[in-house]
Write a new protein. Structure first.
Length: 278
C-alpha cells in the first residue's frame, strides 16, 4: 500500500477514536486515561519527522474533497479533545490526583521561548486567548516573571475549572480568568503581550479585530501548525500587512506547535515585508 494511503487510513482511525471519546465526555474523569493515551500517541505521530513525506504526498490529494474534509474534521475534533483533556487534568488535580501527560510536558517546554527576544517582565501585562480549563501558560508566566496575566475562554466550564486551579496553584500570582470577548476587556489597551492558543479556530479573525483595540507596542504570539502539524493545530494565515508585520517564526521541530510573532505595522513600514506562508 502506498505511504499516503496508509497515512489516510491511520488518520481516519485517529478521527474515529477522537470522535468517540469527545462524544463520551460526561463531566467526570471516567474516560480520561483513554483520551490521554490517544492524544499522547497522536502528539508523537505529529512530531515524528519520518511522517512528513507521507503527509506531503497526501497533501497533493487535498483537491479530493474526502481527503480535505478528513484533515479539517481531524483538526477540529482533536482540538475539542485537547480541551477535554485539560478538563480531565483539572478535575483530577482538584480531586487530589496530580499527574502530567506527555502532551502537557511538550506544551510547557514550548513556553520558555514563546516570545523570542520580546521578553516578558514583571511590568508586562499578558493576555492569553483560549486559556482552557488548566491554565498552565498563565501559571508558568506569572510564576517565572511576576507579570500580570489575564486569560479568556468562550467555554464557561473551562473558566470555572480554571479559576479553581488558580485557587489551588496560583496563590499570590496576578492572574485572572474571564469569559469575555476581547473588546470587553478592561486591560486590552495596556496589554504588552498576547498569546493565541493553537486550537482557537478564529485566531486570525481575532488578530484583525485586535488591531484598533491594542497599543502600538503590543507583541502577539500566534501558536500555529503548518504541514503535518496542521492536523493538530490551526495553520498560519495571511495577514493585512498594513496592520500587522510578521517579526519572527519560532520553529519547534519536536513540539506540537510553532509560534509566529507579530507586531503592528508602523507607517514607514506599511506595504513592506511580505508575510509568506510557510
Amino acid at each position: 500500500m502506498h505511504a499516503s494511503a496508509r497515512l489516510q487510513q491511520l488518520l481516519q482511525k485517529y478521527l474515529d477514536r477522537f470522535t468517540n471519546l469527545a462524544e463520551r465526555y460526561d463531566g467526570t474523569t471516567q474516560y480520561s486515561e483513554e483520551l490521554e493515551s490517544v492524544i499522547d500517541d497522536y502528539s508523537a505521530f505529529i512530531t515524528d519527522q519520518n511522517n512528513q513525506k507521507a503527509y506531503e504526498q497526501l497533501e497533493e490529494l487535498t483537491a479530493v474533497s474526502s481527503v480535505a474534509l478528513l484533515a479539517e474534521r481531524l483538526r477540529e475534533v482533536s482540538a475539542r479533545c485537547v480541551a477535554l483533556m485539560e478538563k480531565y487534568r483539572a478535575l483530577k488535580l482538584l480531586s487530589g490526583i496530580g499527574e502530567q501527560t506527555d502532551y502537557f510536558k511538550n506544551i510547557e517546554s514550548c513556553i520558555e521561548t514563546e516570545f523570542g527576544g520580546f521578553q516578558i517582565t514583571a511590568q508586562s501585562k499578558v493576555l492569553m486567548i483560549g486559556s482552557g480549563s488548566f491554565p498552565m501558560t498563565p501559571l508558568l508566566i506569572a510564576k517565572r516573571t511576576e507579570a500580570e496575566v489575564v486569560g479568556i475562554d468562550i467555554d464557561a466550564e473551562a473558566v470555572r475549572l480554571g479559576r479553581k486551579i488558580l485557587e489551588r496553584l496560583g496563590g499570590g500570582l496576578r492572574i485572572r480568568l474571564e469569559k469575555l470577548f476581547i473588546e470587553q476587556l478592561d486591560m486590552i489597551k495596556d496589554a504588552t503581550h498576547i498569546i493565541f492558543s493553537s486550537t482557537v479556530a478564529s485566531k486570525y479573525a481575532l488578530l484583525a479585530q485586535l488591531h484598533p483595540l491594542t497599543n502600538d507596542e503590543v507583541v502577539v504570539a500566534m501558536r500555529f501548525g503548518d504541514q503535518l502539524k496542521s492536523l493538530f493545530n490551526y495553520p498560519r494565515e495571511f495577514v493585512d500587512e498594513q496592520k500587522w508585520r510578521l517579526k519572527d517564526i519560532i520553529l519547534h521541530p519536536d513540539h506540537v506547535f510553532d509560534v509566529a510573532l507579530y507586531k503592528k505595522a508602523q507607517p514607514a513600514m506599511q506595504g513592506g515585508e511580505r508575510n509568506e506562508r510557510l
